[in-house]
Design a binder for this molecule. Sequence first.
Ligand SMILES: O=C(O)CCC(=O)C(=O)O
Ligand SMILES: [Fe+2]
Length: 355
Amino acid sequence: MALESSISLQELAKEAIISIPNRYLHNDQEPSFLFEASLAPPIPTIDLKTLILEQTRGPEHERLHLTCKEWGIFQLVNHGVSSLIMEKLNYEIEEFYRLPVEEKMRYKLRASDFEGYGQTSIHSQDQKAVDWGDRFFMITNPIHRRKPHLLPQLPPSLRDTLEAYLFELQKLADVLLLCIAKTLEINREEEVKEMFEDGMQSVRMTYYPPCPKPDKVMGFRPHSDATGLTILHQLNGVDGLQVKKDGIWIPVHFLPNAFVVNLGDILEIWSNGVYKSIEHRATVNSSKERISIAMFFNPKFEAEVGPSASIINQDIRPAFRTVIMENYVKDYFSRKQDGKSFLEHMKISQGNTAQ
Ligand SMILES: O=C(O)CCC(=O)C(=O)O
Ligand SMILES: [Fe+2]
């Protein structure tokens, strides 16, 4: 089929697929042990309003602390982002995916770039199977790093809605990062600012078409996010995210009006391993499309990414290397994505704590 080589999976999936092309077959996937989603333990829920109202480190901060240590992921309720923005965002993104393929190709992923629209934004060459999803990844802050052919060229109503969403979510991430710093006892506000103020912000929208054999493909291969913080929103009520907790893949049922927030590798590094970035993957549905939008909040490109100076002392040695964010990003995109292997690569091996 000619479409097999197209970079839009959405187009391929529109055809009646009798057999799934080999390159999408993930034959080595670990099963989800809980077949009945409703029996799965829910991921913890954190209430932002309660967190903000707690002047000192109260019970909600304590829950946040335990959640970041034991899970690295939670649903965030009472987050304060208006339902009007959310409804508009959902509508505009769905409209985008309804555009003719030629329109979407204006943003297509270019050779040796990791920003743009298309299948598997990371390493299609050296990875065995391609994921069952079309991704659109772009850096949105700092503004001068925006690729002129991506966000600025989007249909104006989508662009304006995205801008409003990015702005709201940045405010939300700033508040959350301060709360997390508090629970980590990083009490010097300047340290948080040096790391995250005017940080690198990026966004990834993913469209997962339905697949007649959902168990044979993978919407998004197992990975942890290389980020500081990720705020995930699922647009159309179709679940698919799974997280690996104590070695078991469990499905995440998104609460209505909640965001799913997960800690990325940078927070695991910053906390010197006290907090965890969680490994996750996305499965697909046999009859329904699924659309998600993930926003990533990171240190600025000039920041030093490493264990926090407030945590390291004579008794606590750094467990990870310290590198400049710019190099961290380059290194990440030049490597194969595989579970938490990038974090392993950042670890200081025992007996070698100099750095
Ligand atoms: O679609 C999802 O639920 C997960 C997406 C994701 O993990 C990512 O974009 O990094
Ligand atoms: Fe992710």
